[in-house]
Design a protein around this ligand. Structure first.
Ligand code: SF4
Length: 454
């Protein structure tokens, strides 16, 4: 069978992966985790191509033309909440061009009420509910219960249950098919890097985060090792670890760190600031990690409690101190625009970020992700003004109880400027640069952030 993994065209540099689509806040772009993980399963017995139209800079027409030439029997495509209508138009056109093609989707807009969604979109054949599931492959082989798939069958639209095993295995991802020159990650130490996963979902329960609703599954350690070995052979040691909370399951985290150390990797990881004591951060650093992206979210205790973050402002402060003491570079992530946010709480968070002194900060606008408590609250209170949404803030789809969308956007831009455009910060960032690539990345990203926030 001929299969294409497709990231559709987009009018802006768009990250469509892991049920969290967003426009790129600067110029970063990486291989979509959903397609990467399915590539290992699907390439084994089938002819597989990857068409990342965002990375290729391909227009809708160019993308359709290339797919028409390949003429796949099946497409697994990504769909985003950012440009939902454009994405639907793309798949409608693809189906019109290749009527026998079966299109399956992965993405946040199709996670909730998938049967109903399929009922309204007859050009789509099915939905893969978890990108580490074997369901699509099982469907191709006509197995009776394809794991985590919703599909059209002779008896109508049917949902098949999700896999429940604590460990998953999807084969070695076909990293060689994801070598687009446009992939760029500013926190990487080297230009060439790979998106990499050692688990799926997250065991924590933060109410604004879709990861909490996905369940947690670790990836087979043998498979992780096989892929690291293959990446070494490809000459790639730099990783963007897309695990959502690395070290959340300590034993798995320790095993993975031993493997990264063995293969001489250098990597960036998402972590919680309360993840562990000094030992954990030191071990992480020794395993090759140079940068951590740590959720801070808000300085308001009542917001942290309301959304079940499971840590206090004080714990965040202690954690960031430990991370820095271990010699790791810190990026903190912040959410602006939760319903409870006010101009005052946002200002307090901006001040807290300055006090913590991370190397970088990523301000995100709250979005009502599928399957979250936040979504129910926002829809219940009528705070969403658009169906489409972008956490990066290319537009505001939400308001809070006291602030409108445009005010939120302005506050977000002000927060970015207040952090980055300080002479002292700029000098100290330049002083920490260790290589030509880091200097290039810093300047490239800095100019892009400047352009988007003035
Ligand atoms: S710890 Fe991070 S990834 Fe996990 S549920 Fe909370 S916000 Fe999401």
């Amino acid at each position: 069978m001929k299969i294409a993994l497709v990231n559709p065209p987009a009018r802006q540099r768009l990250i469509r992966d892991y049920y969290c689509s967003k426009t790129s806040k600067s110029t970063y772009l990486f291989a979509p985790a959903d397609l990467l993980m399915q590539s290992g399963l699907l390439a084994k017995d089938h002819e597989l191509i990857v068409m990342d139209a965002v990375a290729a800079g391909a227009s809708l027409k160019q993308c359709l033309d290339r797919l028409k030439v390949f003429h796949p029997d099946l497409v697994l495509g990504l769909i985003s909440a950012v440009f939902l209508h454009d994405d639907l138009e793309f798949y409608r056109s693809l189906k019109a061009a290749l009527p026998a093609l079966k299109i399956f989707l992965s993405g946040e807009p199709v996670l909730e009420q998938p049967e109903q969604w399929l009922g309204q979109h007859d050009f789509i054949e099915g939905i893969l509910l978890r990108f580490v599931s074997r369901g699509l492959l099982q469907y191709i082989y006509d197995e009776k219960e394809p794991e985590g798939l919703v599909a059209r069958t002779g008896a109508g639209i049917k949902s098949f249950p999700l896999g429940k095993e604590p460990e998953y295995s999807v084969g070695r991802a076909r990293q060689e098919l994801f070598q687009y020159p446009a992939y760029f990650f500013s926190f990487a130490r080297r230009r060439r890097f790979a998106t990499f996963l050692t688990d799926f979902g997250c065991p924590y329960r933060c109410k604004f985060c879709v990861m909490a609703a996905l369940g947690y599954r670790r990836r087979s350690a043998d498979e992780v090792e096989e892929e690291l070995d293959y990446l070494k052979w490809l000459g790639i040691r730099e990783l963007f670890l897309a695990d959502q909370s690395f070290g959340a399951v300590p034993e798995h985290g320790r095993k993975m760190m031993a493997l990264f150390k063995k293969y001489g990797n250098s990597f960036t990881a998402f972590v919680r600031p309360d993840q562990g004591g000094d030992d954990f951060w030191r071990a992480l650093k020794e395993s090759g990690c140079h940068t951590v992206i740590a959720g801070l979210e808000s300085a308001a205790e009542d917001i942290l409690t309301e959304y079940s973050k499971g840590y206090s402002r004080e714990q965040v402060k202690e954690g960031i101190g430990r991370i820095k003491a271990a010699g790791l570079r810190v990026v903190t992530t912040v959410i602006i625009g939760l319903p409870e946010d006010t101009a005052e709480s946002i200002r307090a968070t901006m001040n807290f970020v300055r006090e913590l002194g991370p190397d970088f900060v990523s301000y995100n606008l709250a979005v009502p992700r599928s399957l979250t408590g936040l979504r129910q609250k926002i829809l219940g209170e009528g705070l969403a003004s658009k169906e489409e949404m972008d956490q990066a803030g290319s537009f505001a789809g939400l308001r809070t109880r006291s602030l409108g969308g445009p005010e939120l956007l302005k506050l977000k831009q002000k927060a970015v400027r207040a952090f980055y455009f300080r002479p002292r910060y700029l000098f100290s960032s330049l002083a920490k640069v260790q290589s030509g690539f880091e200097l290039y990345a810093l300047l490239r990203e800095g100019l892009s952030v400047l352009g988007k926030n003035i």
